[in-house]
Write a protein that binds this ligand. Structure first.
Ligand code: GDP
Length: 324
């Protein structure tokens, strides 16, 4: 395989090789696949942490400060900022420059934004692939920062070992979103901008909701802490850092089954995403590309056929080698 040395370079911690591979992943360039296949066996060491919450709650400021805390313990850190909102603006690159400033000279920190322009598989798949690269590169901690509270974010959160859910005082909408199901995914709750009024009230609301959904916590034995921070004033960040480490220690020591369950879940997602992507690729190849698929969809729209039978037909074509 001609490009094989790229994977070797990543394993040696080479920043340029890592950046290139992550760019291929972001562009859904199939050139990344043989390298990912090679790197995968060298992964599984890193503590993967997801940070999620609405835009503007202070995630990047917070992540930046948490990175410094991990560096104080001499642990290396990779940060993936997932920005699906501005795929074509180049905003991701500008964001990287701003983010990189503080840790610019620190070889122990690698920060990249991804806009995930990929056609299939999408955000969850490309994030999981990028985590493989950073893990293989030798980063001890990998932070995935996502924007918003949609299904993608929930999926990504499921793929992390530890998920920090960030909100701020007085964000009624956020609290609603948390109520509507996000509560499930939070291992650590953060009320950032605690320098603002109403922080205590938000903490109380969260505590109440956690209490209401305590079945799950009884099951796992982990009661998610609520940490107040002021990222811009560097307050409470040590507490957050400690809570993240405690969750990791909890999973490793007391909750081996929980750790295994999460790894299993993540691996399952990853395999199924890859399978879906490959299956779809093969279907498109066999039927002659997206235009042919368009024709099939039009038939369904006009009720000349139905989506259930058509999916079966398409599968039969791939498995049996028939043609339409
Ligand atoms: P993100 O969109 O969630 O990544 O949020 P940013 O980190 O970009 O922060 C959004 C704005 O909130 C910026 O102007 C930050 O300076 C500000 N900010 C972040 N943390 C705090 C905080 O703890 N207190 C206050 N008052 N402002 C903060």
């Amino acid at each position: 395989m001609k490009q094989a040395p790229l994977a070797d370079k990543v394993l040696e911690g080479d920043v340029r090789a890592t950046a290139r591979l992550i760019r291929w992943i972001d562009d859904a360039d199939p050139a990344a696949l043989p390298h990912l296949a090679k790197l995968y066996r060298h992964t599984g060491r890193a503590h993967v942490i997801g940070f999620t919450g609405s835009p503007g709650v202070g995630k990047s400021t917070l992540v930046d400060k948490v990175v410094s805390q991990f560096r104080k313990e001499n642990r290396t850190v990779g940060v993936l900022a997932i920005d699906p909102t501005s795929p074509f603006t180049g905003g991701a690159i500008l964001g990287d420059r701003i983010r990189m400033q503080r840790h610019f000279l620190d070889e122990g920190v690698f920060i990249r934004s991804m806009a995930t322009r990929g056609q299939f598989g999408g955000l969850t798949r490309s994030t999981a692939d990028a985590v493989v690269v950073l893990d293989a590169m030798g980063k001890d901690v990998i932070i995935i920062e996502t924007v918003g509270v949609g299904q993608d974010e929930v999926d990504i959160a499921h793929s992390a070992h530890t998920t920090a859910l960030v909100t701020v005082p007085g964000m009624g909408d956020d609290i609603q979103a948390i109520k509507a199901g996000l509560m499930e995914i939070g291992d650590v709750f953060v009320v950032n901008k605690c320098d603002r009024e109403g922080s205590g009230k938000t903490v109380r609301e969260l505590r109440f909701m956690l209490h209401m959904s305590s079945d799950r916590h009884r099951e796992t034995g982990w009661i998610p802490p609520i940490v107040e921070t002021s990222a811009s004033q560097d307050e409470g960040v040590e507490n957050l850092h400690r809570a993240l480490n405690e969750h990791r220690d909890f999973l490793m020591e007391h909750g081996k089954d929980e750790w295994k369950r999460r790894v299993f879940h993540r691996t399952q997602n990853q395999l199924l995403e890859i399978l879906k992507e490959r299956a779809l690729e093969r279907v498109l190849q066999k039927i002659g590309g997206p235009a042919a698929l368009g024709k099939i969809i039009e038939d369904i729209v006009d009720r000349r056929s139905d989506p259930y039978g058509s999916a079966d037909d398409l599968l039969r074509i791939v498995m049996g080698g028939d043609s339409i």
